[in-house]
Design a binder for this molecule. Sequence first.
Ligand SMILES: [Zn+2]
Ligand SMILES: [Zn+2]
Length: 183
Amino acid sequence: MPGESLVSILWKFACANALPGHALLHLISPEVDPQEGWAPVRDAIDLKRLCRMLRVPSSMLSASLSGAAPHDRYHEVFRYCRQCAAHGYHSVLFQREDENLCPAHHQSLQTRCPHCNGETPYILNAGVIGAPFRCGWCHSHYSYGRLSLLSTTSAMRRQDRIAISRRLRLGSAGGDTCIETSQ
Ligand SMILES: [Zn+2]
Ligand SMILES: [Zn+2]
C-alpha cells in the first residue's frame, strides 16, 4: 500500500511468518534490546538489512519511515484512522504533525484507544509488534472488530489508495530496489 508505515508492514510480516515481536526485532537489529526498540525513523534503521529480510524494494521501505530531519516532525504516539485500521493499514502520513485527517476516509486521526483511552508510543519494540492494530496497553483493537492480517485480498479500495498516494505525492519513487539481492 502507498505510504504504508514500517510498523504496519512489520505487523503483517510477523503475522504471516508467525514470528513473535522480539524475534523479528532481533533479526532486524540484533544489537538493540527488543523490549526498548527504536523510533521508526530513517536514520535509525539499516535499510539494506531490512530490505534483504522483507524482500521489498528499499524505496518502499524508505518511504515507510519518518524522516529524522527537524522539518520532518512526527507524532511520537501512534496515530490512526479507525477505518484504515479495519483494513489493516497504517500510513506514515498519519504520524506527520501537519496531517489531521485520513485522506481516504476523511476521518480525524486519533491517538487514544477507544477502550482504555491510553496512547501507544510510536516505537518499534516487542510490545508494539506483538499487538497488531491494537492498543499497546489493553490490546483492544483500534478498528471495529477483529481483522484478518492473513487475508490476501486487497483491503483498501482503489480510490482510497489513490487518495493516499495523491496526498503523499509519491511521484516517481526511483528504481533503487534490492529485490534481486541474492542471499
Ligand atoms: Zn482511513
Ligand atoms: Zn487500550
